[in-house]
Design a protein around this ligand. Structure first.
Ligand SMILES: Nc1nc2c(ncn2[C@@H]2O[C@H](COP(=O)(O)OP(=O)(O)OP(=O)(O)O)[C@@H](O)[C@H]2O)c(=O)[nH]1
Length: 355
């Protein structure tokens, strides 16, 4: 998988809209012996990251980037983390650094991230952006592409696209999703995923990210980032105000509960929320303490759909509170608080945050 004539460390950017299956694919990818020696950087929307806890079981070297979105505030942190990895490898603090995989948040615009990886002087000399892999949820792709520019860019900028949730979709849904994706990015290779299986040859044959091989939009987006970056540099200490990049209507809320849930009560609260306001719920994920269980349950949902829950083998640290991250559109936090208070008792009154 290494590029013979280029000594730089290959970087794979793994992106895809909220809940489309990035972390699931990452876990499968990291279980492949060919990926030994990989370091992983994970960025999540929300005040608390959970993905790194889910991936911890398959990789030793994981860095959780600062909370916030990789394409805006956290870009400096990405550059710092990569520099730090490189220096730690140089000092032999880490065993190997054969590859880096960066999992973006589901709301990330990949253009500024790609720009940083290709144009930051220190990084570009030591790391080579090999390719962009994007996961696309075939059951939710139409509203995601219709409502979120980030989702469009994630697809258009990809080298490889993995269509996910194909096992939950019929052949017509899969074909329509693929048609939509190909219209945005005719040059990308597409795979249909099977849960737990690594798409054959997914990372093979990629050597260097090439924006020119993509549609004209890709060059334009990267050009816009470069101009933005120039303005920022020129106004250093001045008054340059980065424009709001994200949809104002999208909010992220962390709900924290110190009492373990009765599972039936939790399920009723979620069922009610998903049936009444599911179309405004972009994503839910959580780590839950459940009465009578010693280990935490992990739950995932997108809109009206809740995926089968699973358990971690143990609590990852001393924090045994239940934590639920909701990413919603046009939905006040009070609606969530009321639903959980009605079925399960109140959550801790933490303020909600917008990404
Ligand atoms: N049935 C099925 N479920 C899947 C598939 N891919 C992902 N899932 C489930 O979808 C849910 C979300 O998957 P994740 O891998 O966490 O998605 P993500 O893109 O990392 O989510 P964010 O980080 O929140 O954007 C989980 O419950 C997964 O088990 C798939 O191909 N088939």
């Amino acid at each position: 998988m290494t590029h013979k004539h280029d000594p730089r460390i290959p970087v794979t950017l793994l992106t895809g809209f909220l809940g489309s299956g990035k972390t699931s694919l990452l876990k499968t990818l990291l279980s492949d012996p060919a990926m030994a020696g990989s370091a992983v950087l994970i960025n999540e929307v929300g005040e608390v990251g959970l993905d790194h806890l889910l991936v911890q079981q398959v990789s030793e070297e994981i860095t959780l980037l600062e909370s916030g979105c990789l394409c805006c505030t956290v870009r400096g942190d990405l550059a710092r983390s990569l520099r730090d990895l490189f220096m730690r490898r140089l000092q032999r603090d880490i065993k190997a650094l054969d590859r880096v995989v960066i999992e973006t948040s589901g709301l990330a615009d990949p253009a500024p991230i790609i720009h940083t990886l290709m144009r930051d002087f220190f990084l570009a000399e030591r790391f080579r952006l090999e390719g962009v892999v994007t996961t696309v949820d075939v059951r939710n792709v139409h509203w995601q592409l219709g409502q979120h520019d980030e989702a469009v860019k994630q697809v258009a900028m990809a080298d490889r696209i993995v269509l996910t949730k194909c096992d939950l979709a019929d052949s017509m849904q899969i074909a329509e999703a693929e048609e939509r994706v190909v219209a945005l990015n005719p040059a990308a290779q597409c795979w249909q995923s099977e849960p737990g299986k690594l798409p054959t040859g997914l990372l093979e044959g990629m050597s260097l990210y090439d924006p020119v091989s993509k549609t004209a939009d890709v060059g334009r987006w990267l050009g816009e980032v470069a101009i933005d970056e120039q303005e920022r540099l020129r106004a250093r200490g001045g008054v340059f105000a980065r424009p709001a990049l994200h949809d104002e209507s999208v909010s992220t809320y962390l709900l924290r509960f110190d009492e373990p849930f009765a599972w039936a009560d939790f399920s009723r609260a979620m069922d009610t929320l998903q049936s009444v306001v599911g179309d405004r719920i972009l994503r839910v994920k959580g780590l839950l303490a459940v009465r009578g269980e010693d280990v935490p349950r992990v739950i995932h949902a997108v809109q009206h759909e809740r995926y089968p829950d699973s358990s971690l083998p143990a609590w990852p640290d001393d924090d045994h509170d239940s934590r639920l991250v909701f990413i919603v559109r046009d939905l006040p936090r009070s609606v969530l608080d009321k639903a959980f208070a009605a079925f399960c008792g109140p959550s801790d009154p933490l303020p909600g945050s917008r990404d």
